[in-house]
Structure formats: C-alpha cells, structure tokens
Design a binder for this molecule. Structure first.
Ligand code: SAM
Length: 400
C-alpha cells in the first residue's frame, strides 16, 4: 500500500481509526478499506506536494503581474484566482482534489449503504436512553445551508428521509475519519478535546450546570464536553434530522447522556437565560455572513448572566497570508462547496462578539489535542503553524 504511506497521513491514528470505535460507525470490509486507504494517499498527495506547487506557481507567476493586491479583499482575490486557474499545475491540483473528494464520498457511501438497515435497527432499538432526541421535522432549513451540499457530501447535512433515517450522520462520521487524514481523533473528537482545552485555559473557573452545543452535527465535539463537565446537563442542536438520529444513537452506544434537538441556532426554542455555557465547533465557517451575528446574539439571549460562549473554528485568517495560499483556499470554497470560509477568514471576530453584547472577549489559537486532560499545549495569541491545523482558532466571551 505505497499510496497509504504518503506524507501527511497520520499512520498510527489512521490504522486504528478506520475501524469502528462505537456502535454506530459503519465498518469497512477488506475491499472498502483498501479503497479508502487509496483515497488517503491520493488526498495527501493532492493537498500536500501538489497544492504547495500550485501556491508557489501562483505567487511566482501571477501575483507579480497583478500589482498591489489585498488578500482580505474579495474582488482582488477573485481576479488573482481567475488568472491562477489558467496555470497547468493549478488545474492538475484542483482536478485531483475534486476527483479525490468525489471518490471519498463514493467509498464512504458504499460502506454505509451496505449496512444501513443494521444502523437503522440500532437507532430503532435504543432502550432506556441516558439522553434524548427531540425532532421538529417541519423546521425550515436555513437557506444558506440548503444552497449547496457541503464538502459535496451527497445530500449535504440536510437530507432526511424521515422514519429511522440515519444516513447523513453515518456518512458524515465515517467521512470525517478519512477527510481528517487520520488526524481527527479516535472518536473524531480531536476538535472537541481542543475546545475543552480552550475552556480550561480561558474559562477554567466556570462550572456550568447546563450547556448548549450549537451545530453539533453527529456530536463529535459534544461528547468531549460531557467528559469535561460530567455533572452538567448537556443539550445539543442541529438542523439535520438524519444527522441527529445518528448523533443520538452514537451517544447512547457510548453511554453519553446528551439531549439532542432539531433547532435553528439563529432562533432556538430555549428560554432566555437558561444555559450557563454555549459552545460551537466549526459551525461559523459554514454559516453565512448574516447568520453569524444572529447566532451570536441568540447564544447571548439563552445564556444566564455570568455565563460564557466558547467556540472553536478553522484556523485560517486571510490577513497576513500570502495571496497564493488564500487563492487555493478560495478555489476550494467554491469547488468543495464550503462557500463561507472566506467570510470567516476575513471577519473581525472580537468585534462580532462585542457587537452581540459579549464582554471580556478572548481570542487565540489552541494547540490540537486528543486529550484535554492529558499533557497538552496552551492557548497562544498567534497561530505558529500558519493555518496548518496544528492549532485551532478559538474565541469566546462572557455575558455580564
Ligand atoms: C461542520 S459541521 C460541524 C459539526 C460538529 N460541530 C463537529 O464538530 O463535527 C456544521 C454543522 O452546523 C450545522 N448548522 C449550520 N447552521 C446551523 C443552524 N443555523 N442551526 C443549527 N445547526 C446549524 C450543520 O447542519 C452542520 O451539522
């Protein structure tokens, strides 16, 4: 398996992570595993060596012809991208990346669909749950989420056939193992542990009794919160019904008590001042420029005075980045269907939090960790890796 040994794939983690770690993860058989390992090699090559060459070609051959350009300015970036797209190396990188992403979902869907009936049976036969699931199938989908299938996942987050459908969640969970090139943590919970490390470093004095996790997906981050605060009542919301059914069954298979709800983070059904802490993990880079302030205001509304909001996000800040690196990101935002990275990459987060009414705002970069309770790095002001995911962007604030 030469391709699998490609640089960038975390070998040890991957060997463990391709196998199920909980009762709901769809298990790959021999041939599916071989195909998924092939994807990993292809992806590591496209996003490693080839992308570096595309960035360098853009910086060396296009940027000098174009005069002064600002990476934070969308029009400037679009003009550079239009030229860069004509470079053969850019086209090779882009075509390979897109093809590998499509392959990934094909491979993952093969694994999930082969055992979908069993997964639905597991959902159906949950007994004496420690948590709960409350669906509101009539809830309208936010228009910004319905625009595209995020990361070109077939059906996106929102596809829901009703009944016991868990497919969107099963695909997202198994896809996350592969998409993260084996670096997503044993339960795809590295980001959750990293958020917990941020909470310990910046909000360590807090002992929340009631927590709300926004845009929880299948609960990757939510479950880490139950470990940090075992005494707390943890609630989690998302829009996708099939994501939430899977999230509930997954949490129950791990014995984690979480109350999942189908709700819109821009206007939830919770009472004013009913939570001590509100959290999110990688929600805002998939929220539109108008959704973000609405979600922040809603978080503040449901927080009790003295409560805090704590968030983890993708670490890219366009300010100070070289134009080639920004332009390859913009290309992926479009062709990998993640249209709001650019908004998050350029928004002033401290101002956005302050505009929503938060005080004592903290922003920084948290070293990635799979174990917030173990040996780990501390919150820093700058990202020493320049967006290479050794650190994650974290920000939060208090309601006074
Ligand atoms: C990238 S996923 C992150 C999921 C999870 N937090 C994690 O770390 O894996 C973003 C999630 O936010 C959800 N989402 C986006 N906008 C939302 C909204 N307005 N209300 C509720 N959920 C939303 C999407 O459905 C999706 O599941």
């Amino acid at each position: 398996m030469v391709m699998f040994e490609a640089q960038g794939v975390r070998q040890e983690t991957m060997r463990r992570d391709v196998y199920p770690r909980h009762g709901m993860m769809a298990a790959a058989n021999h041939d599916e595993l071989a195909a998924q390992k092939y994807f990993l090699g292809l992806r590591a090559y496209a996003n490693g060596r080839l992308m570096a060459q595309a960035v360098e070609a853009c910086n060396d051959q296009i940027v000098p012809q174009m005069g002064e350009r600002d990476p934070e300015n969308g029009k400037d970036r679009a003009e550079v991208l239009r030229k860069a797209e004509q470079l053969p190396i850019f086209q090779n990188w882009g075509a390979l990346l897109r093809a590998s992403q499509e392959l990934m979902w094909d491979y993952v869907a093969d694994t999930v669909d082969r055992q979908l009936d069993e997964l639905e049976d597991k959902f159906r036969s949950i007994e004496n749950p420690a948590g709960s699931l409350t669906l509101h199938p009539q809830l309208p989908n936010p228009e910004y989420l319905a625009l595209v299938d995020q990361h070109i996942q077939p059906g996106g987050y929102l596809h829901d056939a009703g009944g016991e459908d868990v497919r969107a969640g099963a695909i997202y969970d198994r896809g996350a193992v592969l998409y993260g090139l084996g670096r997503a943590g044993g339960l795809n919970d590295m980001r959750g542990h990293t958020l917990c490390a941020f909470i310990q470093d910046a909000f360590g004095e807090m002992k929340p009794k009631r927590i709300l996790d926004l845009g929880c997906g299948v609960g990757h981050g939510t479950l880490a919160l139950t470990d940090l605060f075992p005494e707390a009542e943890v609630h989690a919301i998302d829009i996708g019904g099939a994501m939430l059914r899977y999230a509930h069954a997954r949490a129950e298979s791990l014995g984690k008590p979480v109350h999942f709800h189908q709700q819109d983070a821009r206007r939830t059904l919770f009472d004013n001042e009913s939570f001590d802490m509100v959290t999110s993990e990688i929600l805002f880079h998939e929220s539109s420029r108008t959704a973000m302030p609405a979600i922040l205001k809603e978080a503040r509304r449901v927080l009790k005075p003295g409560g805090a909001m704590c968030n983890l996000e993708v670490p890219l800040r366009y300010k100070g980045m070289d134009m080639g690196s920004v332009v390859v990101r913009d290309w992926q935002n479009y062709y990998n269907a993640e249209p709001f990275w650019g908004s998050l990459g350029t928004v002033d987060l401290e101002k956005a939090m302050a505009d929503a009414g938060f005080k004592r705002i903290v922003k920084g970069f948290q070293p990635r960790t799979n174990n917030f309770a173990g040996e780990r790095g501390r919150l820093t002001r700058q990202d020493p890796s320049g967006g290479m995911l050794s650190h994650w962007l974290v920000f939060g604030g208090h309601k006074e």
